[in-house]
Design a protein around this ligand. Structure first.
Ligand code: FES
Length: 160
């Protein structure tokens, strides 16, 4: 093995001296930083989706659907929202109300009350539910989740 003269003349590197940042190492650093930022942008929404919206704190135990007057009569319905999720309230009698999640258990479309047929219809795949929320026909695999309803001081309250 021969040692070239130029190699032998090179000064030895001082280990205490900070290393020089080359273009390659700078680009590596930028690329790795970009990957970390990209991964964070992908993972953060997944965690925020899985994490409960309210951890602790006071949650409502009832929500108001208004008064009997707001329904306009027996056989009418009203939509209210709980944390952005629609709830259908049907006035079934003078003092009788039923409330269901308005989210179809098939693929999540919003169901609608049909006063003429006294049934709940899903516009997406022609799912039909009875006034009790039970599946009459169509693809929904299970009934609509039901909420208890109480009337207190003339106000229709949905128990959550
Ligand atoms: S989403 Fe309601 S029947 Fe399919």
């Amino acid at each position: 093995m021969t040692i070239r003269k130029e190699d032998a003349m090179l000064p030895e590197k001082d280990v205490n001296e900070p290393s020089e940042v080359t273009r390659r190492s700078f680009l590596d650093l930028v690329l790795k930083g970009g990957v970390v930022v990209w991964l964070g942008a992908m993972v953060a929404p997944a965690f925020s989706y899985l994490w409960p919206a309210h951890s602790g704190g006071s949650k409502k135990s009832t929500i108001s659907a208004g008064t009997a007057k707001d329904f306009g009569g027996v056989g009418n319905s009203k939509m209210v929202k709980n944390e952005g999720k629609p709830i259908m309230v049907i006035r079934t009698a003078e003092e009788g109300y039923k409330a269901f999640s308005a989210i179809c258990p098939h693929l999540g479309c919003i169901v609608k009350w049909d006063a003429a047929s006294k049934s709940i219809l899903c516009p997406c795949h022609a799912g039909v539910f009875s006034m009790d929320g039970k599946v009459v026909s169509g693809p929904p695999p299970k009934p609509l989740p039901e909420y208890n309803v109480v009337v207190s001081g003339g106000e229709v309250l949905i128990k959550l």
